[in-house]
Design a protein around this ligand. Sequence first.
Ligand SMILES: Nc1ncnc2c1ncn2[C@@H]1O[C@H](COP(=O)(O)OP(=O)(O)O)[C@@H](O)[C@H]1O
Ligand SMILES: [Mg+2]
Length: 602
Amino acid sequence: MPVNSFEDEVFLTGIDSNVLKRIFSFARPHRKWIFFFLLIILVTTVTDAAMVYINKIMIDQAVIPGDLRKVIGFLELYGVMIVFQAFSVFGFIYLAGLISEKISFDLRQKMFDHLQTLSLSYYTVTPVGWIMSRVNSDSVRISDLISWGLIDSAFSTFNILIATVFMMIINWKLALVVVFFFPIMVYIGWQFRKRILKEYREVRRLNSKVTGAFIENISGVKVVKSFQREERNLKEFNQLSQPMFRSAYRAARWNALFLPSIQLISSIILAIIIWSSDWQVSGGLMTIGGIQAFVNYTLSMMWPVQDLARVYGELQQSIASGERIFSLLDTTPSIQDRDDAYEPEHFCGEIEFDHVNFFYDDGDRRNVLTDFSLKVNHGEMIALVGSTGGGKSTIVNLTARFYEPKSGEIRICGRDYREYTMESIQSRIGMVLQTPYLFSGTIRENLRYGRLDATNKEIEQAAVKVGADDFIRKFPNQYEEQVGEGGSLLSVGQKQLISLGRAVLADPEIFIMDEATSSVDTLTEHLIQVGMERMLEGRTSFVIAHRLSTIRRADRILLIEDGKIAEEGSHKELLRLRGKYYHLYTSQFREEKEQESSGTII
Ligand SMILES: Nc1ncnc2c1ncn2[C@@H]1O[C@H](COP(=O)(O)OP(=O)(O)O)[C@@H](O)[C@H]1O
Ligand SMILES: [Mg+2]
């Protein structure tokens, strides 16, 4: 499967043995358990078959001669075997559960570790839902295959083999007749499974589309209504759900036909056994007990055939799961430390873009930055302004080395930053983004992510500095208030303030704010500004802000357009220039004045 295909269900026909090998390599650390587990299954199936055989002896030696004492003796032996079997069944089911959990744990751990090493670019092209499915459902499928799938196939195979051995012991000629029908039964079972699976897969594929359409319609219900698209959407919806119904119907039909077909074949086998029993018994070739045992063995082989067919079907799905997991595990981080990368002793905020060219690999590969050069002195506050899509975020993402230049160099403190380790750069850059991310937990815990060894007092000081203390104190639990999953119980503005506080606490050498205050009101933004000013002093900072009033104090303002610096200078210089910045500023200034006089604060 190509790595970038995010279709979940891929129709597979063959079985890729390499993937299978790799899947079972996850079983290797647990091979001791698996060995025990197979052993117990073997013992159980042998007991199963032996019980049928004992039944045969009982009929021939006790029931037919009418020896009641012997019958009771056999029944006692039977009872002991049943208890023994109960224990072994418990044993292997327990072990299967254990192995399954161990393997899915290993798989998730491995994926999690790997996901942490991947670069930001991976996350911009890979849907989060896709990653979550790998971690959740695919890992379960693989661990189920190695545990429950293994039970079913081992149980079935042992069952069939051992029953065959016992039949051979009783009457090898008749046993050969039964064995002859066997591959036919397996083949038919397998053919049915294949068809059923194909239809089910189609149902699932269509179902996810229908669900998608549902979600889109419900979450966009206002848009749907206001654009009067209901009728069209309904038509599209029908177009999806009708083929889904037809596939589900076909699957149900194959399913219904499956069991009778297998039963038909075993009936033929049974008929042969019974038809031959007449002359077999009278000719002394077989006993009544032997015939009965044959019937039992034949019947007991029906389920294993079904199970094998089912496991085979699941095997294909598991292989698809395996392929997706491995495609995740095999993704190499596009940005990696060089072998000789080091952690610099001195780190300063002097940053230089030297003829940098850059484009996004997943975009249309047109340069976003072309021959971009910029020298930022230590301690300088740089403001980036300009219309959306101009390349402002790209500039700061490159600075933080979430991406690297395609050509040209970015130097920090005079050296190509690729000579440093990623860790050393990213730990010295504090970044606050437009869409802040909080982890579930308390406000205090979230602030503490900035610096894990910060004291409570330092945490609160940081919150005061960014103007978050006020609103935090209004919560019933104050700093101990839960923020909900992803911070969902807070407003975007509050989340921005907390992530600002986090960055302040981290005390980084370089500070980046990418529209970090876009969701707070003008008044709060002004307060943050005052608080941040002291904080930014002596540090290099990049500030991207939509409201130009917040960046007036920047040492240098760069107006970015199409990945180029269109204008450059201090606020005053740029106003004097009467160029684009002047126009932008005056029109925004007028808007703000109008809003103030009409009493609205955005
Ligand atoms: N992750 C990405 N993948 C592909 N293209 C991107 C990505 N991020 C931004 N771009 C493109 O790069 C250009 C610059 O975007 P960006 O740096 O986000 O601009 P700004 O921050 O000034 O709004 C835009 O054309 C945008 O579509
Ligand atoms: Mg941006």
